[in-house]
Design a protein around this ligand. Sequence first.
Ligand code: ZN
Length: 278
Amino acid sequence: MTMTTPAIITVAITGAIPRKKDTPAVPVVPREQIESTHEAYEAGASVAHIHVRNPDESPSSDPELFAQVGEGVAKHCPGMIIQFSTGGRGRQQSERGRMLELKPDMASLATGSVNFPAQIYENPPQLVEDLARSMLQNNVKPEIEVFDVAMLYNAKTLADRGLLKRPCQVQFVMGIPNALPARRKLLEFLVGELKEIMPDATWSAAGIARHQLEVNRWCLELGGHVRTGLEDNIKFDKDRLAKSNAELVARLAGICGEYGRHAASCAEARSLLGLPAA
Ligand code: ZN
């Protein structure tokens, strides 16, 4: 018998970029989101990364919508880790943390600003601090989203100041035009730096669009955790769109074994991230 180590699979089900017209598989209303998350959970995902949408499909900050999706996922996917996005696209800065009062297990926290393809993803220092404080108060574990290199060091500074609880979970986001490119050497550098400055941290990386699977493989090989889902990439391969979030999760769960890994159960994921048992 060979022992394998767990890899936490996060499924980013929806995202903030409107694209339902071309991609009917992207779930946008709570009922579809809960169903899509449930299928992904059955396929091996242990963390659900969630954005919600207004009726016109634009990104929403409405805590009522977050509550509906969170409750549905908690009911149908026992033990699954619920992570709400505090991301900025299409949302007022002052509204980005409103759903933290619902006390999800986790929420995303970008620790700096960066250019996206056609806009600035603005995360001024005061907003980052306010979101970090609100997460502390509500006992929500941040997932530090690193879109550019300085954000890694900013996270350490926040942790040193007591604004982030250790151990931190860090996600490197690679392949967004104008931000970090998807380069293996860069990921190796970032992981090396993380191990030096925050040795107790866990990490994963998300590859955007055609980089998704390649970045998944690097993470599995380098000992990190993994993220997939229609938020980051709507295609299964270069020839066709993905049928569902679950299809992407199932493929990823299937390749874990090639790297001596297995898809973490929800209990394993909770223990690795220092979250209470469900
Ligand atoms: Zn997101």
